[in-house]
Design a binder for this molecule. Sequence first.
Ligand SMILES: NC(=O)c1ccc[n+]([C@@H]2O[C@H](COP(=O)([O-])OP(=O)(O)OC[C@H]3O[C@@H](n4cnc5c(N)ncnc54)[C@H](OP(=O)(O)O)[C@@H]3O)[C@@H](O)[C@H]2O)c1
Length: 287
Amino acid sequence: MYSTPWMSDIVVGTMRWGIWDANFKTSDYQRMIEKSLELGFTTFDHADIYGDHTTEAEFGEVLKSHPELREQMEIVTKCGILRVCDNKPQHYIKAYDSSKEHILQSAEDSLRQLGTDYIDVLLLHRPDFLMNPDEIGEAFELLYRSGKVRSFGVSNFTKSQIEMLSESVPVGTHQLEISVKALQAFSDGTLDQCTKDGIVPMAWSPLGGGDLPTALVEELKKWADEFGTTPQVIALAWLMQHPAGILPVIGTTKEDHLVKSKEALSIKLDRQQWYSIYQASTGVRIP
Ligand SMILES: NC(=O)c1ccc[n+]([C@@H]2O[C@H](COP(=O)([O-])OP(=O)(O)OC[C@H]3O[C@@H](n4cnc5c(N)ncnc54)[C@H](OP(=O)(O)O)[C@@H]3O)[C@@H](O)[C@H]2O)c1
């Protein structure tokens, strides 16, 4: 009955677009949205907390004045973090909340801020140690049946947390940190679980947040020169090589970096190239 919506091979992250980093004006949001769509990057990644609860609404300004754009895109957003910020004076300490009440309220808030009547994928942002899978299941069922949320997923969960939750909720997407400098998912069973259970893996900070160690950049550059591209493009292609079908969630605030990222779709690394990058990351020879 539930199915994970189609998402683009490269997902566009919005975390840095607002007051947390680039301080985009509405015209900048519109320019980046239109350029992304033109490149075929139709999936946008949000969270309720981005920009201290302001980025969804800034993005939503574009959708309100250009409603035709909504049908051309898929929107992923997240809930479940109680963030301490001026917009949430009731929060005095960072905490996680996956209660039915919080999920329902957060989804309503995201719909209003984004200026849309449906969310394609709603993720629980972080595992809440107090989570009750049945309660999460009830919240999702209500959101799904009302047409407000089309599919459900998680972010930063362990394999066992997903197994537990999957008894009550159809987990279709797992967004986690994976990059040439964050390798854990390759060996801790997370990506194996995605492959086995048909869960779509999305990689956040696929370029290590823009801060890769020099030795790793040198290795990436070696292959970048061979393919006539940049180390960042090689780092994205490296992720996309994995058979689980990793979707990198790119975090750029620059139009030319968006354009450049598309080159990753046409680069195929062979096994030795792939492992040379893995080895440059661990600093240890493959056994
Ligand atoms: N689920 C979670 O817990 C979680 C956590 C963190 C992030 N996220 C999601 O993941 C997205 C990406 O995270 P991120 O921003 O840390 O990703 P990232 O792409 O690893 O890092 C972004 C940084 O890399 C630079 N960059 C991007 N593309 C580049 C290119 N082609 N060449 C050179 N530099 C480039 C950017 O600078 P420029 O702006 O100058 O391009 C920016 O400083 C976020 O927007 C958010 O949607 C999710």
